[in-house]
Design a protein around this ligand. Structure first.
Ligand code: MG
Length: 286
């Protein structure tokens, strides 16, 4: 059965700072890290990301890898990451689909949802005990897909017009594509909003709800956790709003001019996660 406190899914052997499950002392610092632009970029590992992750694992540091992508299940993502040279167990991957399922369970124990999305989203909702269907669902849940069908969008629109609550996994408007960009969840949500007059509630970044559910799942505390990301408008924003210190890496897309435009700052800016290999215990000293 599902443990209501953990949305039916939790990290095996959750550890807090203190004595670990194998009797060793666990680290006092924890990390949440964004995936794209921090650990991988365009399907390839960012140099040093493997050493950073190994350092966390060797030192029994509590961590979670975050992604707003709701297409894949953590198991699929773990396999994809392994192919790039990164060893991240599925229990250490937190997607916007998992965060959405976790959020919905805080709203009601068992509910019904009509889902427009891929297996990452349907699996997470199934695993949390929810019922998926199109017969007067409590919620319409929109996630990322590569095969949006006019029929499914039409059904979603009519269900929302009939009273179903509208949830989106993540607000991203576009994603990268070889030919330029492709429309992401936020763009399809805009279409549905135009036809219904209803805006979705987005659970993924920059909503700090996604950070908080990740922290809960690994049993970490915001005051002792550092958020690593490559974007000011999502990673740094949601990290600081969830009460964490933040590290902005230059390996992604935020450049210095862009960083200056924001009314908030990351706690520290570093080149990449490779810089943390030797100072993971205190990345803010000196
Ligand atoms: Mg990123």
């Amino acid at each position: 059965m599902h443990d209501p406190a953990h949305g039916g899914r939790g990290v095996v052997g959750v550890r807090r700072g203190g004595v670990g499950h194998n009797g060793s002392m666990t680290a006092q610092i924890s990390y949440l890290t964004d995936m794209d632009g921090v650990l991988i970029k365009e399907g390839e590992m960012i140099p040093g990301a493997d050493r950073f992750l190994r350092t966390l694992q060797d030192n029994d540091v509590n961590y979670m890898v975050l992604t707003n992508n709701s297409i894949h299940t953590p198991r699929d993502l773990s396999a994809r990451l392994r192919a790039t040279g990164l060893d991240i167990p599925e229990e250490r991957i937190w997607t916007s689909a998992l965060a959405t399922a976790h959020f919905l369970r805080t709203q009601r124990e068992v509910g019904t949802a009509y889902v427009v999305g891929e297996s990452g989203l349907t699996t997470s909702l199934h695993e949390s005990g929810w019922i998926l269907g199109e017969n007067e669902p409590d919620f319409v849940v929109l996630g990322e897909t590569r095969t949006y069908s006019f029929e499914a969008i039409t059904r979603a629109i009519n269900l929302i017009r009939g009273g179903a609550r509208f949830i989106g996994t993540n607000p991203d408007i576009t994603g990268p594509a070889p030919e330029g960009v492709l429309p992401a969840t936020g763009a399809v949500a805009a279409l549905i909003t135009a036809a219904t007059g209803k805006k979705p509630y987005y659970v993924g970044k920059p909503n700090p709800v996604m950070m908080r559910s990740a922290l809960n799942t690994i049993g970490a505390h915001s005051e002792s956790t550092v958020m690593i990301g490559d974007r000011m408008d999502t990673d740094v924003k949601s990290g600081l709003e969830a009460g964490m210190r933040t590290l902005l890496v230059r390996s992604g897309i935020s450049d210095d001019e862009e960083i200056d435009r924001y009314p908030y700052r990351p706690t520290r800016i570093i080149g990449s996660v490779a810089d943390l290999v030797d100072c993971w215990e205190d990345p803010f000293s000196d």
